[in-house]
Design a protein around this ligand. Sequence first.
Ligand SMILES: [Zn+2]
Length: 296
Amino acid sequence: MDKLVQGIAAGGSIRVFSAITTNTVAEAIRRHQTSPTVSAALGRTMTGALMMGSSLKAFDRLTVKIESDGPVGGITAEASPGGKVRGYVKNAVAELPSKTNGKFDVSGVVGQGTFYVIREAGFDIGFRPEPYVGSVPIVSGEIAEDFAYYLAKSEQIPSAVMLGVLLQNSEPFVTASGGVMIQMLPGANEHLITMIEDTIAHAPHLTTLIDGSTHPADLLEIALGEIDFEILEESNIAFECTCSMEKARAMVTALGREEVESMLREQKGAAMNCGFCNENYSLGEADLTSILSELG
Ligand SMILES: [Zn+2]
């Protein structure tokens, strides 16, 4: 089971988050059949969204949306309370050659554009308040730097973010995935962030660390170096979508009698696909007939 931990460091002046998302990202990749570089980009975005959204309350939702002009076209990851995340990309099969250092060209596949964070509160209890939307230009496209830039510019939280997805033999099979997010609280010693950035810069590559780690706390230990930290909360995380056969059926019902009759006549059924998780739902003649009898 994938895990996320959150805690404090340096006597409470830093908030720390860390996650191992290997199975969660593997499930997203399996569902969307993404190319290796797009898998890395989607996995990093989902991991970042989970850490950023880990303080969500019941009925809250945090969406990270990258709209860009690179081959992938766009990436969306949505985190919900209880460590659930779902995500998708515009062009799953986009691909570019690896960079000269052998790393996936994530920034190339993402390109230029805008990094959005949308926070919604209470969206599922009958009222839909205006979502809070923050955005910054994409500064790197490698995703981790874009999360850090967003936190610094849009939320005035100096941060350090590491995200990594390791694929087996560069095929879209996830060997390891995870990340670390370090947020400085107001009044934190400015030298701390420089110290952490320096530790991170000299740490082995994140994916190598995740590959050898069984718990997110191991990642924090490496990212924080000498700095003391305390884990306050640990939770399970997983890929989970909110779609269901029941909702698919309700959507068809909402189309109304005339539309359902024409579906029954022309297609003898209805087929739907959930963009978030790529699940297919199909209703047959019997289902449509029963919807019609409910519509009266
Ligand atoms: Zn779905």
